[in-house]
Ligand binder design. Structure first.
Ligand code: FMN
Length: 354
């Protein structure tokens, strides 16, 4: 891959996606960054103090660049009472689930900002090489502080309109997320009525390239070198892979999730809001089928409401009551150590581009 210009000080055009909920770990980030890619850890759903420990653990393992990804909080509920009522109705619907898994559902789970301010203070204090954001654009003063601390700011976008907003917000690079991506969609602006997100990730990269002049990483459904080559040919500087790393020994994904990813019984992925209130792609299971129709648009309250249920389902070895985030090409997953996976991906990419 010599001669390619890469941002973030990476040697190879492979980014290991941040995966909140335990998927990505400091060990994974170290392995990937040491192998020449860019490793990421996820700050989402973790207290800032735990994220600090993650950063220190990475720095003990490598001097190479790495990233930390933060969730941008949405606005506080415009109508708190209406949201509370909607979540209470969903809570009632989930009572049989609570009984089934032997847990108590929290009363009135509250909106929160996932310690956004503390996490920004931490990223600035730690001078992290790459600060990534999803679910929105960080405010301008946050981008300024990160730039002053020497961080590269990456914002995840899922449409040309979001790409323009992220460029205006001061992003140094974008992660372009297609609809095949595992986990949550970043979506933070309503798409124009005439625009449909393309199924082909390379096409989305081309569309974004027409409206912004920033380095682009492409994410969503990439499992091999052919997928990486396709997005590089469309003008991305790197490919970002999440699901591909979920069965690496360094992955912190729950064993029930890891097993489901290769279980022939799970044939499809689908978008769902049933677990968190916000659209994400996962292996289609019973919980999604039964609750998709009635879940309110209340993130992160629904995430907090179902957290205990999902944990109990995992502990009881039942893949049907928990979120099994996965991209739509999950069947291409391989059981390889993260560093070896990067090596194989690069060999395949070189062969595909030759
Ligand atoms: C288990 C899981 C958790 C994820 N968590 C995050 C996250 O915390 N922050 C983020 O920006 N993206 C997150 N993503 C999305 C990835 O950044 C990326 O867009 C996606 O993994 C690409 O699709 P793929 O899984 O098919 O490779 C997550 C994806 C998965 C599979």
């Amino acid at each position: 891959m010599a001669g390619r210009i890469l941002p973030f000080g990476m040697a190879l055009p492979v980014i290991q996606a941040p995966m909140a909920g335990g998927g990505s770990t400091p060990a994974m980030a170290v392995a990937v960054s040491q192998a020449g890619g860019l490793g990421f850890v996820a700050a989402g759903y973790r207290p800032a103090t735990a994220v600090r420990d993650d950063i220190h653990a990475i720095r003990e393992g490598t001097r190479e660049p790495f990233g930390v990804n933060v969730f941008v909080p949405g606005p506080q509920p415009a109508d708190r009472a209406a949201d509370e009522a909607a979540v209470a109705r969903y809570r009632e619907e989930l009572e049989p689930e609570a009984e089934r898994y032997g847990v108590a559902l929290p009363d009135n789970p509250a909106w929160d900002d996932d310690e956004f301010t503390q996490k920004i203070d931490l990223l600035v204090a730690e001078r992290v090489p790459v600060a990534g954001f999803t679910f929105g654009c960080p405010p301008p003063e946050v981008v300024t502080r990160l730039h002053e601390a020497g961080s590269v700011v990456v914002i995840t976008v899922s449409s040309p309109a979001e790409a323009v907003a992220a460029a205006e917000a001061g992003a140094d690079a974008l992660s372009v997320q297609g609809i095949g991506a595992g986990g949550h969609q970043t979506t933070f602006l309503p798409p124009p009525p005439s625009w449909e997100p393309p199924a082909d990730l390379a096409e989305l990269v081309s569309q974004v390239r027409q409206v912004v002049d920033l380095p682009l990483a492409a994410a969503g459904g990439i499992m091999d070198g052919a997928g990486i080559a396709a997005v590089l040919s469309a003008g991305a500087v790197a490919a970002q892979l999440g699901t591909a790393f979920l069965r690496c020994p360094e992955s912190g994904a729950h064993p029930v999730h890891k097993a489901a990813l290769v279980d022939p019984g799970f044939t499809e992925t689908a978008f769902t809001r049933a677990f968190t209130g916000r659209t994400a792609r996962g292996l289609a299971n019973r919980f999604m089928a039964e609750h998709e129709a009635s879940v309110p648009h209340c993130y992160p309250q629904v995430h907090h409401l179902t957290k205990g249920l999902r944990r109990a389902s995992a502990e009881q070895g039942d893949p049907h009551g928990m979120n099994l985030w996965a991209g739509w090409n999950h069947r291409g997953i391989r059981d390889l150590p993260a560093a070896r996976l990067v090596e194989v991906l690069i060999q395949e990419t070189e062969a595909a581009l030759a």
